[in-house]
Design a protein around this ligand. Structure first.
Ligand SMILES: [Zn+2]
Length: 496
């Protein structure tokens, strides 16, 4: 490392990191200029004193005296008591350069290719630099020019922090955070300040999921991604994340959602909170969850927020609070995973089902049912009010599903072959010209049987017409026939 850079790191750790002209004079000129052009050093106020050139090399305060020979009209002097003379001081010697911590933070964030905002942390002399993926997970990088004991909570609470310090005088500190001395991981090159990323990556604590680190890295969050573009599908043991045209299924561990397992609890706190939000499609009114496991929902949300920000290098707040409505709203899309199945009423057959494509990739599934509901009876009670009785009526249970939720499309919404077969059935009024051993149709049949819990096949093959015929009603807004969407409740109710 260049002498200038090493001096810079030594000095950057002190409270007022300033260099005198006498100090920088012995640095190589190109290095000094590079530090200036990177903005790491900037000229600051003139020195109030200098070292005397005499044998004693004592520090002496500068005084100014009028002098017509100077363009400024004054000349700098120090008094030397050793030699009992007044010595003229070249004003060049009074120039000083300060380490600019803000510029340092931004140069580091740039060299590390971090995303996110550079933020000064309370207490001063520490910065959140941003996030990037490294050694199997997203890491938050911090710059701290202070003692370890004074680190801000934001650093201490970060799920995966990497702390850069200018220079460490001692090895090992009170914290167990991954810490790197800039004095040992940086060099100056033509391209600017270079960090030894390979070394940092190698020295970081290995994740439990490090064997799958490669898979994790393939889920790339575009630099300009917004939370609105992220969709999470929370499944039992995995999370499917998608953004723009890429998607990936990761284990909870890989998502960092198994770190905070609590005694007597079913799982990770943040995961529980995420499930609550997913169950409500990302919008949740806070008073519904007061006292959830004893921890205020607000702090659970703030914990989850931090975990999401550590996982995804996306700017902004992933979970917003609407004070007026007292509700939390996820900026990203979140839902519970592939529907476990359709609540098929007892005794139903495929003939009771109706599948309609009501918009691109959205299927309305209806089934005839006997609905139980509360109704006013014809008799009055003793107080004269009508009695309340259970009643039954013929109705339709209708629910909308995206192909994704039916397990028939990938998380970006692209139909899989089975999904395409279903869409073809719906768009062609339940008839489909395909071979009797068509894999997509056979798979779709199995999947629909499992989903509805019906034993019989939803399709049959007709050898005479050489096509598949659906045993349920099919329609589509995209097909020849307009979708027939029956009202939710059709027939008259009958009292029991
Ligand atoms: Zn002197």
């Amino acid at each position: 490392m260049s002498a200038a850079l090493r001096e810079l790191w030594f000095r950057a750790g002190v409270e007022e990191p300033v260099f005198s002209s006498d100090e920088t004079r012995c640095w190589a000129k190109p290095e000094f200029n590079q530090l200036l052009s990177l903005g790491l050093l900037r000229e600051t106020s003139q020195a109030q004193g200098v070292l005397c050139d005499c044998m004693e090399a004592h520090w002496e305060e500068v005084f100014w005296a009028p002098d017509v020979r100077e363009p400024s009209g004054t000349r700098a002097y120090i008094a030397c008591p050793v030699e009992s003379v007044v010595v003229h001081v070249n004003p060049e010697r009074l120039r000083r350069w300060a380490v600019d911590p803000q510029a340092l933070a931004s140069v580091l964030a740039g060299s590390l290719k971090l995303s996110g905002l550079i933020e000064p942390l309370p207490g001063g002399r520490q910065w959140a630099l941003g996030r990037r993926h490294m050694a199997g997970r997203f890491r938050e990088f911090f710059l701290a020019s202070i003692e370890e004991g004074q680190l801000d909570n934001r650093i201490m609470d970060s799920p995966a922090p990497v702390v850069l310090v200018p220079y460490r005088y001692r090895n090992g500190g009170s914290t167990r955070l991954p810490m790197f001395s800039l004095s040992s991981v940086t060099t100056l090159a033509d391209g600017g300040l270079i960090l030894d990323l390979a070394y940092i990556e190698d020295a970081l604590p290995a994740e439990r999921s490090s064997t799958k680190a490669k898979a994790v890295q393939s889920f790339q969050v575009p630099e300009d991604a917004r939370w609105e573009e992220l969709a999470l599908e929370i499944r039992d043991a995995t999370v499917v994340m998608s953004i723009r045209n890429s998607w990936q299924e990761l284990s909870l561990e890989e998502c960092g959602l198994t770190d905070e397992r609590q005694e007597g609890s079913t799982g990770d706190r943040a995961l529980q909170t995420l499930r609550v939000l997913a169950r409500h499609n990302g919008v949740f009114t806070s008073n519904e969850a007061s006292g959830h496991e004893g921890t205020p929902f607000r702090s659970q949300i703030s914990n989850l927020r931090k975990r999401l920000q550590a996982k995804f290098p996306i700017e902004g707040n992933p979970i917003l609070y609407h004070g007026k409505a007292r509700c939390y709203r996820c900026a990203f899309q979140v839902r519970l995973g592939a529907d476990a199945g359709f609540a098929t009423p007892y005794g139903s057959t495929w003939a009771d089902f109706q599948f309609s494509e009501i918009a691109g990739g959205i299927i309305l599934v209806s089934v005839k049912s006997k609905e139980l509901f509360r109704a006013f009876g014809q008799k009055n009670d003793r107080a004269g009010r009508p009695s309340i009785e259970a009643a039954e009526r013929d109705g339709l249970i209708s629910r909308e599903y995206r192909l994704v939720a039916l397990g028939l499309a990938d998380p970006t919404g692209r139909a899989m072959p089975e999904g395409q077969a279903l869409l073809d059935f719906l768009r062609q009024s339940g008839k489909l010209v395909r071979r009797p051993d068509d894999i997509a149709v056979l798979r779709l049949a199995k999947q629909l049987q499992a989903w509805t819990g019906l034993d019989s096949s939803p399709f049959q093959y007709s050898p005479t017409t050489k096509r598949w015929i659906a045993n349920f009603e099919c329609s589509s807004v995209r097909g020849g026939k307009q979708a027939m969407i029956a009202p939710r409740c059709t027939s008259t109710s009958t009292l029991l």
